[in-house]
Design a protein around this ligand. Structure first.
Ligand SMILES: Nc1ncnc2c1ncn2[C@@H]1O[C@H](COP(=O)(O)OP(=O)(O)O)[C@@H](O)[C@H]1O
Ligand SMILES: [Mg+2]
Length: 265
């Protein structure tokens, strides 16, 4: 497998406070990797650094982030933005904040496509968008495109935001807890759809989650984060069934059993 993302010895501080401490992580083309760990362990900080959307006060103090042979920390802002809008895509926890509440979903899809390809006709944009929504198992996409974001459920909105992210056929999809705000049934369905998307398109997925169950469902490989460090990583089955780190064992113990998961449903 060809290497797609190679993070080496990455250290990040908030002001003077180190929050990510010497993290190395590698993702191959087409791979699904979950970064698992408790709140505040540094997962989102890493994802934001890859995407180049770190907030003010964040300093990358050491390390490299190489995507497809390009050192993301060395390229200029323009090149980075180009990559982000095309070969790297992002999905967030709250799709409500991703969409503009004053525009129809369709107009936002058209704007997204025409920004990248100004010559694309509105009708073509809507056709391409409807197709993308259909691939995320959304019924009647033509009607959906005429609606405003508040007229959609959280699950429909998240499916729509994933569909939009996939429009550029990215090589890497970065997802920060994309199903955490959704009910457990919708969560399971969307994870299933991400797996199908990954199989059909070959887009690699780097997903951040605090939920080991999500990692088990989705990921080929996992890294477990604790207090800014990766304490264990490997293929998902090995880490789940033969964890060597005490914190990993703790995360696994706190996973709901199949029976409990059914009760929650
Ligand atoms: N806006 C902020 N200002 C100061 N420190 C922050 C801020 N956001 C995050 N941090 C620090 O970075 C650490 C890692 O945060 P984050 O990457 O968001 O964790 P996770 O996504 O794993 O929950 C937190 O424990 C916190 O100390
Ligand atoms: Mg986070």
């Amino acid at each position: 497998m060809k290497k797609l993302l190679d993070i080496t010895n990455l250290s990040i501080s908030y002001g003077n406070k180190p929050t990510v401490k010497g993290v190395s992580l590698r993702l191959d083309e087409g791979e699904i990797h979950c970064l698992v760990g408790g709140t505040g362990s540094g997962k989102s900080t890493i994802l934001h650094a890859i995407a180049g959307i770190s907030s003010k006060g964040v300093h990358i103090t050491a390390g490299t982030i190489v995507f497809d042979d390009t050192d993301l920390l060395a390229v200029d802002e323009k090149k980075r933005r180009q990559l982000l809008g095309s070969r790297i895509a992002l999905v967030f926890q709250n799709p409500e904040s991703y969409f503009d509440s004053l525009m129809t979903v369709g107009d936002q899809f058209v704007e997204f496509l025409q920004y990248r390809n100004p010559a694309m006709k509105k009708e073509t944009c809507l056709e391409v968008s409807a197709q993308a929504l259909q691939e995320m198992r959304l019924d009647d996409p033509e009607r959906l495109l005429k609606l405003y974001p508040f007229e959609l459920s959280g699950g429909m909105l998240q499916r729509s935001s994933i569909a939009m992210a996939m429009l550029t056929k990215p090589k890497l999809l970065l997802a920060d807890e994309p199903t955490s705000a959704l009910d457990i049934v919708t969560q399971a369905k969307i994870l299933g759809e991400l797996i199908v998307l990954n199989k059909n398109t070959g887009t690699a997925i780097l997903m951040v989650t605090h939920n080991m169950k999500v990692a088990e469902t989705l990921a080929d490989t996992v890294s477990v984060m604790y207090s800014g460090k990766i304490v264990e990583s490997g293929d998902t089955q090995t880490v789940l069934h033969h964890p060597s780190n005490d914190y990993t064992k703790e995360l696994i113990r706190s996973m709901p059993t199949m029976e409990e998961a059914r009760l929650i449903e």
